[in-house]
Ligand binder design. Structure first.
Ligand code: FE
Ligand code: MN
Length: 363
């Protein structure tokens, strides 16, 4: 038997060469060999396995983040905390409580169902789990601040701009929950569209209005525990955006019939719609400007970030040459440079060398 040596990290494996080549060749994003065995080896999508390792090394748990200061500030009506500041926190908790679950649900019922290569299923499983951690962090915020959970749910159901953002993604996800004949170009395009919508439009763009606002408060030493959790969430999101970018690009590479001019135009229109919904939402979050918070800057930031997402998948920007109006945000999101930025058990999960996202272009 001829053997071939495979090395992953510090482990080495001897594989039967012929079988390994067959298994490798049968690996596809979709329409690959269906097997009950979780045959990650031989690895075809190296990026997926590396991303999985990075995500695992970034593991955090909400309860490790102290909330005392946040609780004090939330209750102290005479403090420097304004009603707008509190409103932003409520919108953040209200919106993300639903949004994190929607993302995880789409992965489990759409994406992970149709991809066939095991290493892709592996990283998608981790992605879904991270959405659980994010959802759990919101439960922790709600309980720490003593908010009425039904009030948070009501925001999701009653605030029209939240409803509009969520309908866009939920409707798309529902339409794909059926037997899709993925040999047909139109169905492959529907799947590609779902990947673009969730990775680049939702997690990649529509999450960033509130991320920016919450981190702007954090920068002013307001709600440090919540801010810290959002920084961790954001670091995770940058890996999720990267995951869906790679997935979409590999899907298109293996199925070039997807990438027609009409289809590319469809994706650009979808991003335009997502941006428009996000801008309306920002106007609800910031009905008047507050200390260090200008609605105009956040909407321009959305234009800026949407263009980065479009370019990352080879699509043209909507506002060529647009500058980042919030350069401090990039720094705030880049937590790998910081050391011991808070005391807590979280550090035990992390290997200092692994505190990074795979791509550094995800800001
Ligand atoms: Fe998330
Ligand atoms: Mn995510």
């Amino acid at each position: 038997m001829e053997t071939t040596t495979v090395t992953i990290g510090n482990k080495t494996f001897e594989l039967d060469k012929r079988k390994a080549e067959e298994a490798f060749a049968a690996k596809r994003v979709i329409n690959g060999r269906e097997t009950m065995f979780f045959n990650i080896l031989p690895l075809k999508y190296q990026w997926a396995y590396e991303l999985y390792k990075t995500m695992k090394a970034n593991h955090w748990e909400p309860e490790d983040i102290p909330m005392q200061k946040d609780v004090e500030q939330w209750r102290d009506t005479g403090s420097a905390i304004s009603e707008i500041d509190r409103w932003i926190i409520k919108m953040a908790i209200g919106y993300f409580s639903a949004a994190e679950g929607i993302v995880g649900d789409n992965i489990l019922h759409v994406t992970r169902e149709v991809v066939t290569a095991p290493e892709l299923k592996l990283v998608l499983g981790r992605h879904a789990h991270e959405e659980n951690i994010h959802a759990d962090s919101l439960v922790y915020m709600i309980s720490s601040l003593g908010l009425n959970p039904h009030e948070c749910e009501a925001m999701f159901e009653d605030v029209p701009t939240i409803k509009a953002k969520n309908s866009l993604v939920v409707n798309n996800s529902r339409e794909l929950r059926r037997d899709l004949d993925l040999t047909e170009t139109r169905n492959k395009q529907e799947l590609a569209k779902n990947m673009f919508l969730f990775g680049q439009c939702m997690e990649g763009t529509q999450f960033y209005g509130l991320f920016g606002m919450v981190l702007s408060l954090y920068r002013q030493n307001k709600f440090p525990g919540i801010g810290q959790m959002f920084r961790y969430t954001l670091r995770d999101e940058s890996n999720h955006i990267s995951l869906f970018k790679h997935l979409l690009m590999d899907l298109v590479e293996e199925n070039p019939d997807i990438w027609t001019e009409e289809f590319r135009a469809e994706l650009i229109d979808l991003m335009k719609e997502a941006v428009q919904l996000e801008k309306a939402f920002i106007a609800d979050c910031l009905p008047v400007n507050a200390l260090g918070l200008s609605a105009d800057e956040f909407t321009r930031y959305i234009d800026y970030i949407a263009d980065r997402r479009l370019e990352s998948v080879g699509l043209p920007p909507l506002h060529p040459g647009i500058q980042n109006p919030l350069p401090w945000l990039a720094e705030m999101m880049d937590i790998q440079k910081e050391q011991n930025f808070f005391e807590g058990r979280v550090t035990e999960y992390q290997k200092a060398s692994a505190l990074e996202s795979v791509d550094d272009d995800e800001l």
